[in-house]
Design a protein around this ligand. Sequence first.
Ligand SMILES: Cc1cc2nc3c(=O)[nH]c(=O)nc-3n(C[C@H](O)[C@H](O)[C@H](O)COP(=O)(O)OP(=O)(O)OC[C@H]3O[C@@H](n4cnc5c(N)ncnc54)[C@H](O)[C@@H]3O)c2cc1C
Length: 289
Amino acid sequence: MKPKAFEYVRADTLAVLLQALAAHDGAKIIAGGQSLVPMMNFRLAQPEVLIDINGIAELNHVTSDGAVIRIGAMTRYRDLLDSACLNARIPLLAAAVRHVGYPAIRNRGTLGGSLVHNDPSAEAGVVLTCLGAELLVVCAGAERRLPLAEFFVTTYLTDIAQNEVLTEIRVPIPPAGAGFAFKEVARRVGDFAIVNVAAQIGSNAQGEVTSLSLALGGVAETPIRADVEGSLLGRLIDMPLAARVAAEVDAMIDPQDDNVARGDYKRHLAGVLVKQALLEAHAGSRAGD
Ligand SMILES: Cc1cc2nc3c(=O)[nH]c(=O)nc-3n(C[C@H](O)[C@H](O)[C@H](O)COP(=O)(O)OP(=O)(O)OC[C@H]3O[C@@H](n4cnc5c(N)ncnc54)[C@H](O)[C@@H]3O)c2cc1C
């Protein structure tokens, strides 16, 4: 199908974008278009005005700012993979982005677009949940910062108003020596994940866990962070312990059947991937410098 007719506006600065959003009630932002254009073609989205933000240079950056990496919302997956700063400081993010679609999707799709679209198994949402990211959302005359967990409301719904724009994603730099793992199962390479798991683990010279973050996608309406620190801090992770923690996670989730997989299969995948992710992230960790 073809989209309903719409008016096209190109914004080349944030100021022009905010004016355009304020001026048009029925406007929608288009970034990489990799989710919005299919939705328009199926007439699931019918914006009266499409505001193109591809020319806004100030929304496209990856910079290190003290303990945080700041990523502009218009930064494409491809640019994340090419960023030396990101690969050196937050390799878990790059590991996750490698699973997004295939090269054509990664060349156009943006980090901000993925977060606003909020597919529950999108790699970006899961890995940034694990990393504890914070978002900057702006409208004419005001801005607000909020944790990603508060931004995700439910599947395909986020806490952003029609006149607001997501401008930046702020990701805390992990502790030195932290190990990481990103695991997922999809039907085919390039498909959305059925289930995915991100883990980041810090350890001391004895290999005991000193910090831990674990997140899952595809098992609920939004990515979830599994609170399992109590079982792992101060411990060495071996297979029996990883299996006990996977059982704990199993009790926290209630994945539903959908057109790709049954809930019980997702539950099985979650258990397998949590074990793999914990063992791999722990094995890759070393005492901080
Ligand atoms: C064949 C195919 C396979 C794919 N496979 C995967 C996959 O494996 N994993 C995965 O995660 N994704 C996958 N995707 C989706 C892809 O990652 C999209 O790029 C992403 O979901 C949206 O990013 P975008 O920049 O294209 O956003 P757009 O499609 O342009 O916009 C998406 C939504 O976000 C809004 N928006 C965009 N930017 C902003 C902003 N800065 N502020 C406020 N609102 C904004 C738009 O108005 C729209 O509602 C796939 C897509 C296709 C077509």
